[in-house]
Design a protein around this ligand. Structure first.
Ligand SMILES: Cc1cc2nc3c(=O)[nH]c(=O)nc-3n(C[C@H](O)[C@H](O)[C@H](O)COP(=O)(O)OP(=O)(O)OC[C@H]3O[C@@H](n4cnc5c(N)ncnc54)[C@H](O)[C@@H]3O)c2cc1C
Ligand code: SF4
Length: 472
């Protein structure tokens, strides 16, 4: 146990962020690493609970009390060993994870969970301070595995499978590796050099990356097993009049373009919020990332709208600890100059008076939750002038099409690749799926967890086939 009285002496203190007025002028990460002393003090707060609910709350099963104690004692090499035993990419989760572990920490009962995410990030910074040593397998299995998609699920599966001795090729449709980590999440939340460092490690371990190659064009017949980690990229559309006007864009088109610019790509003029009145439709993570991006581009006004009513500030009685708290979340982007409205529904978009092809205003009504359904509230529709509308209303499914047809797979009623949740195996022998593709749009931490689980199942599947053949 770190310090038996630590939680009584030291208040919870999260890592600071660079001041909003400064950070909106650049694309660099906004979190400021705490000093070593401050972090040690935070680690001292862990009570090493008999039943560590944090461990249960983490989708990866991170061994949290152990690494808290090691960080407190300054044993960062050992802490890294513990953390990397369950999480391939703590530098990703240490930045973008919403930290379900903290929500279920016993100290959260007092509203003062251990700052586990900051501690994880500290360990990851320690790991990154040296070159990432490759861990190639000790022996080759002679088996080949194709991983389709290079988001966190594909990368985790590829690393685990390669370390188990299989020859792994990752086929990625995009020009760069990383999935939504690369082209969805903005640099101010996670800088992309972190992905490049991991890719270099995977390559040094022997993973082959083939970017610009869609899974449907890959020679999958040459592989002994396939992991489908293609994400859930079909965005929920806005089904109202005027939705096809110029100036109305899906969030991913907008964010991808900006992430490419930050990466140094030279692009033709595209979706730019500079000087514009922006309405972001959708109150989640994707919407918040659009808000922060529009502010950095120099939008004159940014509104963010959410259909659901404003969540409570504190847990409702029917949402007790250690459940994930359904409470109001304020992200860093919201502190940068955005006006948020809840319980509002877009009913139409209208063109500008001087250009019938471009959006000029947006009409909306107030709504309320009644009997579990969203219904119109009293009051007339209101009209808001705007120049740019960004659609961030979530993702409905994995992409249907050529790849699934080639593999003989369909999507379930919720738009996911159906898998056995214990093994991530699809109904087609030798084909497994992981991450958003089979879970539905979710989180980086779940994608890594699924990728690891799929890799373990592929390994067992290949071993079983070898055994059967050698018996025969
Ligand atoms: C804007 C945004 C912000 C987010 N912010 C957060 C956050 O802060 N924290 C968090 O935990 N989660 C966040 N998420 C969710 C998180 O990014 C995803 O849950 C996670 O990336 C899913 O990982 P994945 O590997 O399953 O899929 P993806 O990351 O979507 O990767 C799938 C990959 O498959 C490739 N692909 C697709 N089809 C094919 C094909 N036919 N052939 C070859 N390749 C193909 C794609 O190009 C992509 O590279 C965010 C999502 C978005 C959109
Ligand atoms: S639940 Fe919180 S206090 Fe208890 S072991 Fe986990 S991090 Fe430490």
């Amino acid at each position: 146990m770190a310090d038996p009285r630590g939680f009584l002496k030291v208040p919870r203190k999260k890592a600071a962020e660079r001041p909003a007025a400064e950070r909106v002028h650049d694309w660099r990460e906004l979190t400021v690493d705490p000093t070593a002393e401050a972090l040690t003090a935070q680690a001292s707060r862990c009570m090493d609970c008999g039943i560590p609910f944090c461990h249960r709350g983490c989708p990866l099963g991170n061994v949290i009390p152990e690494f808290n104690d090691l960080v407190y004692r300054g044993h960062l090499d050992e802490a890294a060993e513990v953390l990397l035993s369950t999480n391939n990419f703590p530098e990703f989760t240490g930045r973008v994870c919403p930290a379900p572990c903290e929500a279920s920490c016993v100290l959260e009962l007092e509203g003062a969970a251990v700052t586990i995410k900051d501690i994880e990030r500290r360990i990851a910074q320690h790991v990154l301070a040296s070159p990432l040593a490759p861990l190639p397998p000790l022996r080759e299995s002679g088996k080949r595995v194709a991983v389709i998609g290079s988001g966190p699920a594909g990368l985790a599966a590829a690393q685990e499978l390669r370390r188990a001795g299989h020859a792994v090729t990752v086929f990625e449709r995009d020009d760069r590796v990383g999935g939504l980590l690369r082209y969805g999440i903005p640099d101010f939340k996670m800088e992309k050099g972190l992905i490049d460092r991991r890719v270099e490690q995977l390559q040094a371990e022997g993973v082959v990356f083939r970017t610009g190659v869609a899974g449907e064009d890959a020679p999958l017949q040459d592989f002994d097993a396939t992991v489908l980690a293609v994400g859930a990229r079909v965005a929920r559309p806005l089904a109202v009049a005027g939705a096809n006007l110029a100036g109305v864009h899906y969030a991913m088109d907008y964010l991808t373009e900006q992430n490419r610019r930050v990466a140094g790509d030279t692009l033709p003029p595209g979706i730019d919020a500079k000087g514009k009145r922006v309405v972001v439709i959708g109150g989640g993570d994707t919407g918040a990332d659009c808000v922060g991006t529009a502010i950095r581009q120099g939008a004159s006004e940014v509104l963010q709208w959410e259909l659901m009513p404003k969540p409570p500030l504190h847990r409702a009685p029917e949402n007790p600890w250690p459940e994930w708290p359904l409470v109001l979340r304020t992200g860093s982007s919201h502190d940068e100059g955005c006006e948020r409205t809840w319980a509002i529904q877009t009913v139409a978009l209208a063109p500008r008076a001087d250009d019938a092809s471009r959006v000029g205003s947006i009409e909306a009504v107030r709504v309320e939750l009644a009997g579990g359904r969203i219904v119109p509230a009293s009051g007339a529709p209101a009209t808001f002038p705007c120049d740019l509308v960004l659609l961030a209303m979530g993702f409905t499914s994995a992409e249907p099409g050529a790849l699934l047809e080639k593999l003989g797979l369909g999507l379930d009623a919720r738009g996911r690749v159906a898998v056995n949740p214990e093994t991530m195996a699809t109904e087609v022998p030798g084909v497994f799926s992981a991450g958003d593709a089979s879970r539905g749009a979710s989180l980086v931490v779940w994608a890594i967890a699924d990728g690891r689980k799929a890799a373990a199942s592929v390994d067992a599947y290949l071993a079983a086939r070898t055994r059967v053949r050698s018996v025969g």
